[in-house]
Design a protein. Structure first.
Ligand code: IPE
Ligand code: IPE
Ligand code: MG
Length: 248
């Protein structure tokens, strides 16, 4: 971003941005590289976007790193993605913590190798006192899985049918305590939700760009935030100035 680009309007910033970081494989294919090189480049880009979030004053960032469906990819790719998560924790945790990043995990931890489960838990514990940016890492995350887990947990707790409300239900989700995403960004141009935050996205604004994730730079992120700032969020209602125009 050029030095003259102003920061986004702080009053119109989304509190919570969620990103479907898609297109790593196609980014690599275009360069004649293996898919894992695309995932590595995507991870490099993530560092830049996290830094931009801290700079711009975003409070919550949720990143979709591995879906419950991604286990269906070739073993080599799955292992590579698990290794990348481990490397990021090993190599980036200190810098993230120094930036004031609080790490959280959303998804099924119990299906990951046990040493990796422990690393994730340790990283969450180590950064729990940070408050500048909460980074939710969706790894082995699936929206349907999250909802089913929540229902099972509620039934085990003996929650009575009449006591189930959107508020009580939300307390059983992985995202408990985190506001719903205001803005969801999907890179690489796909127009689908791919099992991401299907409950929480009820009123999120969407921003889709054809750019592949490794190329989604600070300028593009800034553009997404500017677009968001101009959205009219009505939540099913009408805004009063429109009403007056209709009934003048
Ligand atoms: C997104 O990139 C990262 C993960 C799903 C882990 P992809 O690997 O889906 O890249 P494309 O969609 O094949 O280009
Ligand atoms: C969504 O991307 C999952 C992540 C970005 C981690 P996919 O590439 O897995 O989604 P589909 O298969 O195109 O829907
Ligand atoms: Mg993809």
């Amino acid at each position: 971003m050029s030095q003259t680009t102003p920061p986004p309007d702080a009053n119109k910033l989304p509190a919570h941005v969620a990103i479907i970081m898609d297109g790593n494989g196609r980014w690599a294919l275009k360069r004649g590289l293996p898919r894992l090189a695309g995932h590595r480049a995507g991870t490099e880009n993530l560092r830049r976007v996290i830094r931009a979030c801290v700079e711009f004053g975003i409070q919550y960032l949720t990143i979709y790193a591995f879906s419950t469906e991604n286990w269906g990819r070739p073993r080599e790719e799955v292992n590579g993605l698990l290794r990348i998560l481990e490397d990021v924790i090993d190599k980036e945790l200190k810098e993230l913590s120094d930036q004031g990043v609080r790490l959280r995990h959303i998804g099924r931890l119990d299906q990951l190798p046990s040493h990796l489960q422990q690393k994730v838990l340790d990283a969450v514990e180590l950064t729990k006192g940070n408050s500048r940016l909460t980074l939710n890492v969706a790894f082995n995350y699936g929206g349907r899985d999250e909802i089913i887990q929540a229902v099972q947990h509620m039934m085990r707790d003996g929650v009575q049918p009449d006591d189930v409300s959107p508020e009580t239900f939300s307390r059983y989700l992985y995202t408990v305590g985190i506001p719903d995403p205001d803005l969801i960004i999907r890179t690489s141009g796909e127009l689908r939700i791919s099992n991401f935050l299907i409950w929480q996205a009820a009123y999120s604004e969407w921003y889709v760009t054809p750019t592949y994730w490794p190329d989604f730079d600070k300028d593009e992120f800034h553009k997404a935030l500017e677009t968001f700032a101009n959205r009219d969020r009505r939540y099913g209602k009408i805004n009063s100035s429109d009403y007056e125009k209709n009934h003048a």
